[in-house]
Ligand binder design. Structure first.
Ligand code: FAD
Length: 426
């Protein structure tokens, strides 16, 4: 199988992790990415990598890139809080720092993670290639057609082109992606020595879920960067084009400053009309009005956010479908099982897919049999995660005061459990 030419559509988290794994195994792999440069659409929110995601990265990345990932991740071992809208503590789940990084949770900048994943792949990733459709040839190979009129041939095609996957629309046209009717607005509160004193330490010590009596919710999470100047060993292997601040390797990483990210969500009907046309400043003011009765520190996170960082995100999800027969086209990550961001697991599942598929495509057997094995496993955990994530999204905006009250009571009861049992809950 190592003679097969593998084409990956999409150089996001999953596609690049797969490319790293296949390249490490000596497989002929090419990634086609629509962005023109690594710095297009720079979106700097933090992303939470759990132990499953960390294990996938560890398996697929060369040692120096795994170390770069660890060096550029924020602090691990942060406790997770559940709070009322008045900042009352419902439950604090302790997640102690563990000596083995494979057992830890990591908070990384999305920009930085992409840089790490791109490192050493300059001859593999083709930027500015917008995939449009594929055709099957008589010899079983696949021809990929791009928006610039060019075409490429591959033996195996992997769709890693995210939630709006064009490959999925052609390959699995019956696999829908639907609107949940939930809207979220996210922003960043800059964290400096001065602003730190303006809000309760709980808001910069770890992530929190804010659970008011009904109808909406807020997630907050601090992102504090390590000193990236020390990551010298990436040197020339890091693609330097496009990021732009300087040509120094360190500047490739997101060093826009520490912040607390907040995400406010509610059913669309709770927001005023015209949300999609609003500027960051208007979105911020809208959320501030919607949480007018909340604790001043939570309101401050919103009102003191930088307007340019505030954006609207309608929540969509895939719908699990029945198994399909395996071929030499397969899918990973959001392209097949996109989910709501509510549990912060989509990227981790995409990494798990990438690792599993890298293993499958690096073996010596028949590729379609290997893909069938990968897809059977991926569908099971991937679609289970879609269901859990949708449930979490619905709980996040639950309109039933009774159900919310019950949930808050259950969290308070869990807080009274001994620490070990609380940890088991997490
Ligand atoms: C606000 C928010 C917060 C989140 N937080 C977390 C978190 O903390 N932890 C977590 O695990 N998950 C999180 N997620 C989910 C996570 O971002 C996704 O699940 C993850 O990015 C999926 O990775 P992917 O590689 O499948 O797709 P993507 O990362 O979306 O990559 C797809 C790539 O394909 C490219 N592409 C698309 N179309 C084409 C085309 N036609 N031709 C060529 N290239 C194309 C895109 O440019 C992109 O580079 C969050 C999501 C959101 C929205």
């Amino acid at each position: 199988m190592t003679n097969s030419r593998v084409a990956i559509i999409g150089g996001g988290i999953g596609g690049l992790c797969l490319a790293q794994g296949l390249r490490g195994a000596g497989v002929d792999v090419t990634v086609y990415e629509r962005d023109r440069t690594p710095a297009d659409r720079l979106q700097g929110y933090r992303i939470h990598i759990d132990p499953a995601g960390a294990r996938a990265l560890h398996e697929c990345l060369p040692r120096e890139l795994w170390e770069a990932f660890l060096a550029t991740a924020g602090k691990s071992g942060q406790d997770f809080g559940f709070l009322t809208e008045k900042m009352g503590r419902l439950l604090l789940l302790e997640t102690p720092h563990r000596p083995d990084p494979l057992d830890n949770h990591h908070s990384v900048s999305r920009i930085t993670l992409r840089q790490v994943l791109l490192s050493g792949l300059s001859d593999v990733v083709r930027f500015g290639r917008i995939y449009e459709r594929y055709t099957r040839e008589q010899d079983g190979t696949i021809t990929l057609h791009f928006a610039d009129g060019t075409a490429e041939t591959a033996d195996i095609v992997v769709a890693a082109d995210g939630g709006n996957s064009r490959v999925r629309k052609q390959y699995l046209p019956h696999a829908p992606r639907i609107d949940t009717g939930i809207l979220t607005v996210a922003g960043k509160f800059p964290l400096t020595d001065e602003t730190r004193d303006l809000v309760a330490p709980r808001l910069w010590r770890g992530p929190n879920m804010v659970i008011p009596p009904k109808g909406c919710g807020m997630f907050t999470a601090p992102q504090e960067f390590n000193d990236i100047e020390e990551i010298k060993y990436l040197g020339g292997s890091v693609p330097t084009s496009g990021i732009g601040r300087t040509e120094q390797p360190g500047a490739l990483f997101d060093n826009t400053g520490d912040y607390v990210m907040w995400v406010f969500g509610a059913a669309g009907g709770r927001f005023p009309d015209g949300l999609s046309g609003m500027t960051g400043e208007h979105l911020r003011d809208t959320v501030a009005r919607m949480i007018a009765g909340w604790h001043p520190d939570l309101r401050r996170l919103v009102t003191d956010s930088t307007p340019e960082t505030v954006s609207l995100l309608p929540i969509r999800t895939s719908v699990p479908i029945a198994p399909w027969p395996a071929t030499n086209i397969t899918l990973l990550g959001d392209a097949v099982h996109s989910m709501t961001p509510m549990r912060g697991i989509g990227a981790n599942i995409a990494l798990r897919d990438a690792c599993l598929l890298a293993r499958a495509l690096s073996g010596e057997g028949d590729p379609v049999t290997a893909i069938a094995g990968y897809e059977a496993e991926m569908r099971e955990y991937g679609f289970a995660a879609v269901r859990r994530s949708l449930m979490a999204a619905r709980q996040f905006v639950n309109e039933s005061r009774l159900a919310r009250g019950g949930f808050r009571t259950a969290l308070r009861a869990a807080q009274r459990l001994p620490a070990l049992r609380r940890r088991a809950l997490s």
